[in-house]
Design a protein around this ligand. Structure first.
Ligand code: GDD
Ligand code: MN
Length: 394
């Protein structure tokens, strides 16, 4: 390794090799200084007790390869990032990317890969469910040019996912079938979170990838539209070492969003659809509360209408906070601030709604067209402004 390093430096700065080799003391320092061949990207969220174990296993398995590991931590409450920073201070093969105000497995992987510069990148989980001893084999396949992408697969001969419960296995199989049919993806395990690929090929698809959700590999393969030479190798999906899975029932929603985005060429965003859906639920809430306040409690129409509007805005806020912006969910005091800002945003949205409807009606007195245009204006405004001011990225 030291020799490669000296040679490379020699070419770069044109100095005598003896001079350079004097600076490269210690085996691990020179391994890192040599052009890194492999970057292992590991997304983490509350994996404090797993990162050191994973690093030790990587170091053992990747002995003799110039590698690094980039942990991408979304500011974990358990301070995983602090553990990683401590490791990085002791060993230059460890890097820590701490993201604040962002959540998401796919986004974390994308940023980690883009922060690397090795010709090959691997993505794997921190919880030791992925079999790191497969990495040298994956690298060999890429080096040989046989493949541009190597996927660790649970669903080919020799692979398995024994640690899955029945329900999760069923869901995973259903999603896999759907993805293969709809997006014409050929690989057996497109939901795998364990793969290695050429970084230049990744950079080509990167601008089109979705940062939301879990399905980074599916996204990469679907975006490449059959242009990526892929090989699958079997492995056994193990059990988690410490901590718990972050995959909840909402990943179904993420998956749907990815399908939608890919099928429509990114024209339809799931977030906007959810926001509009919540808006229509709000309409029902509004009418129901108006009915009760006006007919049952005898409020004046204006009073009942106001109560209905406030009820609808409140329920919209709660639903959006729970569903549409679940990855940026407001908690504690921020909920109150968010709710008040949301009221403000929606009130201006209502003005915009009525304004547009009036002006269209003035030109073309078709009531439903003017009404629909106004409503569309309202929802687009509310969506845009909520994203900016209510669920803005902190
Ligand atoms: N930075 C970051 N941000 N990391 C995250 C986030 C996040 O929002 N959510 C999860 N992670 C990290 C976890 O800390 C872990 O290292 C890895 O991503 C996988 O998360 P798990 O919560 O352990 O997921 P899983 O084991 O249920 O799911 C695995 O299997 C699926 C296949 O069924 C993952 O490999 C999935 O990618 C895979 O699709
Ligand atoms: Mn896991």
């Amino acid at each position: 390794m030291a020799r490669i390093y000296a040679g490379a430096m020699d070419r770069l700065v044109g100095q005598a090799p003896q001079h350079v080799s004097r600076t490269g003391d210690g085996e691990s320092a020179s391994q890192v200084a040599a052009a890194r061949e492999l970057s292992v990207v590991v997304p983490t969220f509350n994996e404090r007790d797993n990162v050191a174990v994973l690093f030790a296993r990587l170091a053992e398995t990747l002995d003799g390869i110039a590698w690094e590991v980039i942990f991408v931590d979304d500011n974990s409450p358990d301070a995983t990032w602090r553990r990683v920073q401590e490791m990085a201070q002791r060993d230059p093969r460890v890097r820590c990317l701490r993201r604040i105000g962002r959540r998401g497995l796919s986004g974390a992987c994308i940023e980690g890969i883009l922060a690397s510069s090795a010709p090959y990148v691997a993505v794997m989980d921190a919880d030791l469910q992925h079999d790191e001893t497969q990495l040298p084999k994956m690298l060999a396949l890429l080096r040989g040019g046989d493949a541009e992408l190597v996927v660790g697969s649970r669903y080919i001969d020799g692979g398995s996912a024994d640690s899955f419960n029945r329900q999760r296995r069923g869901a995973s199989e259903f999603a896999t079938t759907l993805a293969k049919k709809l997006l014409r993806v050929e690989i057996a395990d497109p939901m795998s979170g364990f793969f290695m690929m050429r970084r230049d090929r990744f950079e080509q698809v990167a601008p089109e990838l979705s940062v939301q959700g879990f399905k980074i590999l599916l996204d990469i393969v679907a975006t490449a539209k059959g242009q990526l030479r892929a090989v699958e190798i079997p492995y056994t999906f193990g059990s988690r070492l410490h901590g718990e899975s972050k995959l909840d029932s909402m990943v179904a929603l993420d998956f749907l969003g990815l399908l939608l985005a890919k099928l429509t060429g990114d024209a339809v965003s799931l977030r906007f659809l959810l926001f509009a859906l919540v808006g229509s639920i709000g309409l029902v809430v509004h009418l129901a509360v108006l009915d009760v306040a006006f007919n049952l409690f005898g409020y004046s129409f204006a009073g009942a209408q106001l109560i209905g509007a406030v009820a609808a805005m409140t329920s919209n806020f709660v639903l959006n906070n729970f569903l549409t912006y679940r990855d940026q969910r407001l908690k504690g005091l921020a909920v109150l601030r968010g709710l008040l800002t949301f009221y403000l945003v929606c009130s201006v949205g209502l003005l915009a709604n009525v304004g547009v409807a009036f002006s269209i009606y003035g030109q073309q007195p078709i009531w439903w067209l003017a009404g629909a245009a106004g409503a569309l204006m309202g929802v687009v405004w509310n969506y845009a402004m909520s994203g900016l001011f209510v669920w803005r990225k902190r």
